[in-house]
Design a protein around this ligand. Structure first.
Ligand SMILES: Cc1ncc(COP(=O)(O)O)c(C=O)c1O
Length: 434
């Protein structure tokens, strides 16, 4: 690490709050990003990295995608900010219509979607939760073990891990009940039996689910799980909310993860890859539900924010979606996802004690590491650091941090991905010998 990096980290240590940027005392983590283009990131020292995270899945159409950057620059010159819920701008209307076209209009013959724009992923979840209570007048929500819906005071109630919630419990409403997120046949059968009883007991106004759990450790549910949730919601008049903040926009090899399970939600939450790099998110609900939940505003909206539907974000989202469409990135994600999965399945464990369990959908893949029957979080973090040293960015996921995840920009080429997994095999072998 040179003085450039050290200076930045010193400033952060002094002026940024604690508990945000993790700085490893051994100097191996993090790197300081300076530029990013396509699938590559250049750090402040001029070193080039292959990014297998797409920066939390955001850069689906590639970092600094030229069309997205151009759209942002043009919009920034013309109108960087309008008035959230008061005087709107045209792009907000166009983007709401585009999101409707991509979701409910593609899924159904007779419904369109209506959007509440927000700034970050957790806010889109909170807008969905507000919609559900308005529509059903019921307070309770069923969410799932392992779920991650963000850390705002509303969404946090539905995020599973105590790690995030514990210090704030005295101020949380705790309106969520957590059911099993079944990945196996046995777990699914149990869930199918228990869910109706749980619903009778807690009378949920909404069921909130990720089609694939991302931060929970790239967990793909049993194929009949989402259809089951749809049936349950239909039978008790609850709102089915799919949180596609991570899985949306081709990440899993379909436009939206719920499409793998032929399940049409009532509300879909979108963020991350929506813009390719601007804090804009969206809660898109079917129009009939949105209209039954939200009254016409009488001049002062009961849900809004200063930057709601920011014009630069909307311009970037429209350009970004066009890129995903024109470059056929959804199909590319599906094709490369299949190859990636095959390659991950071929990874060889250097020791009988080390088990590696690959899984995923499309370009949302992960490998769980178990050592001696226990989650191998330390091993995974050593991999993350060694891969970084060798010029490849990967991240750990999962409640125990023992899942290595792969969510590269969807524009990645097979040669790049394949070479990175070869490198991973070498890193696993090397660390195991240490
Ligand atoms: C499924 C899901 N929902 C919500 C969020 C929260 O999004 P944000 O961090 O933009 O608030 C995340 C973030 O990782 C996520 O993966």
């Amino acid at each position: 690490m040179t003085n450039n990096s050290k200076k930045v980290l010193e400033l952060l240590r002094k002026y940024e709050s604690r508990n945000i940027t993790f700085i490893d005392p051994d100097g191996s983590f993090p790197i300081i990003w300076e530029q990013a283009k396509g699938v590559f990131v250049i750090d402040i020292e001029g070193k080039k990295f292959l990014d297998l995270t797409a920066a939390f899945g955001v850069a689906a159409a590639g970092h600094s995608n030229p069309q997205v950057v151009l759209a942002a620059q043009r919009q920034l010159k013309k109108l960087p900010h309008a008035m959230g819920d008061v005087h709107p701008h045209k792009l907000k209307a166009l983007l709401a219509a585009k999101l409707s076209e991509l979701t409910f209009e593609r899924w159904t013959n007779n419904e369109h979607g209506k959007t509440i724009f927000c700034n970050s992923g957790f806010e889109s979840v909170e807008a969905a939760l507000k919609t559900a209570i308005l529509a059903t007048k019921r307070r309770t929500v069923i969410a799932f073990k392992g779920a991650y819906h963000g850390l705002g005071y509303g969404a946090l109630n539905a995020t599973y891990r105590d790690y995030f919630k514990k210090p704030f419990l005295p101020q949380l409403g705790l309106f969520s009940h957590f059911a099993q997120f079944p990945t196996t046949e046995t777990e699914f059968k149990k869930t199918k039996q228990e869910l109706p009883d749980l619903c009778k007991k807690v009378k949920p106004g909404a069921i909130l689910v990720e089609p694939v759990q991302g931060r929970g450790g790239i967990r793909v549910p049993h194929p009949e799980f989402l259809p089951l949730l749809r049936d349950v919601c239909n039978s008790i008049g609850a709102v089915l909310i799919v949180d596609e903040v991570y899985t949306g926009f081709g990440r899993t090899g379909k436009w939206f993860g719920c499409e793998h399970f032929n399940t049409i939600p009532d509300i879909i939450c979108l963020g991350k890859a929506l813009t390719g790099g601007f804090p804009l998110s969206a809660c898109v609900g079917k129009a009939s539900l949105m209209d039954s939940a939200w009254e016409e505003t009488r001049g002062e909206a009961i849900h809004t924010s200063t930057f709601l539907g920011n014009p630069v974000g909307c311009a970037m989202a429209l350009a970004n979606i066009r890129e995903i469409e024109q470059k056929n990135l959804v199909n590319h994600s599906a094709e490369l996802g299949t190859k990636l999965r095959e390659k991950l399945d071929e990874l060889k464990s250097p020791s009988e004690k080390l088990k590696m369990l690959p899984r995923g959908l499309g370009l949302m893949a992960g490998v769980e590491f178990i050592y001696n029957g226990k989650p191998a979080a330390d091993f995974v973090f050593k991999i993350v650091k060694e891969m970084l040293r060798r010029g490849i960015i990967v991240l750990p996921e999962g409640d125990c941090g023992n899942v290595l995840s792969f969510t590269p920009p969807l524009i990645i080429k097979w040669g790049q991905l394949s070479a990175a997994i070869d490198e991973l095999q070498d890193v696993i072998n090397t660390i195991n010998q240490q």
